[in-house]
Design a protein around this ligand. Sequence first.
Ligand code: SF4
Ligand code: SF4
Length: 411
Amino acid sequence: MTGMPLEKSPTGAAHGRLIELADQCVQCGLCLPVCPTYALDRNEAESPRGRIALAAALARGQVDPGAGLREHLDHCLGCLNCEKACPANVQYAELLIATRAMLGPAPQRPRRLLQLIRRPGLMRGLRRVGGWLAMPRWKNRLARRLPPGSAWRAALLIMPAGAPDTRVKTIDAARGQPGLALFPGCVASVEDALAQQAAISLLQAAGFQVSVLPAFCCGAMELHGGETDAAERAAQRVRAAWAASGASQLLSVTPGCLGTLRRALPGVRVLDPLELLANHGHALRFRPLAERVAVHLPCTQINVARSDGALLQLLRRVPGLQVMPLPRPPHCCGAAGSHLLEFPERAAQLRDETLRQAASLAPQRLLSSNIGCRLHLAAGIEAQGLGWLQQHPLTLLARQLEHSDLPQDRP
Ligand code: SF4
Ligand code: SF4
């Protein structure tokens, strides 16, 4: 037992809030079967209930945050399957953010690497230089020379082989026309620009006005990594860009950004474009595509964006398309923000199970909305020689749009 009385501690209010959140848990254990880390380790400390108890004990000063103990909290994927399953409405997302803020960044956090990938201009430039140096041909060989747990090894393995997509340029809102603003983000603005362009094409075809905000990081990785000040600076940048946009709703094609954007902009409608398209895109017509597609539903799409139903509904409007959501479990592919860099071996175990489930469907391509999940899954598809095309569902939908001038994919 350590420490001064909670109410006299300088961080007492934050700890008090954490304890309040933890005390909502009635320890029923109904969240255990949906927790991917509990499925991996079968250890109470790797379960939601165990983590809540650990967080409360840390906040009360009953235990010290030694490496072994905090690792159980660091392993949490933030998938929020537990929050959705909880009958006592424990606000696990809030609790996890508060716990990580209390502990600060994890020791294994690759801070330099994360700083790099949060800067879209720098990332795009480095990818271009890598292309000139024929990096796609040798990056995997270089990666395999690094230790299996290395974040740089994981980053090299998930780096796509081709050139980055053409950037979606900032578009200011039309004067006097409060439309939709698209948030490009950081990694997604480099690696998922095709999906962002697809969203704009589909939304315009459905009659919406779309502007595009400048590309920068929403702060999700900082918020979930215990870097509170950096997360707040990112939130301020989001608020400034939003205020300048004059738009009425904010969109992101990356479900992993939506929770952080909503947190930065309370009271603003922040949506997955799939939801708008499913509800207001009745006039959209799609060309047939005779193909079997496996649909990976990212945890944030199900538990935060809640746009999984909209996604499946839209895909089923493509004539001839066999839409096959992955059976659940698995609950998480293991990407989970920076988790795939911090714990690459655990992330690979979770990915293998996801790919095994996908393979049971014998698909010709794999769709996933979250760029982190897709890069992680693509590296597994390549390593296992599965040969599936992988893409964002919006890209498929935009290419199948009637009268679209985008080329259709060849599987
Ligand atoms: S389901 Fe909710 S109340 Fe039950 S153990 Fe999990 S977090 Fe606690
Ligand atoms: S967020 Fe996901 S990984 Fe973390 S405790 Fe909840 S179910 Fe488990």
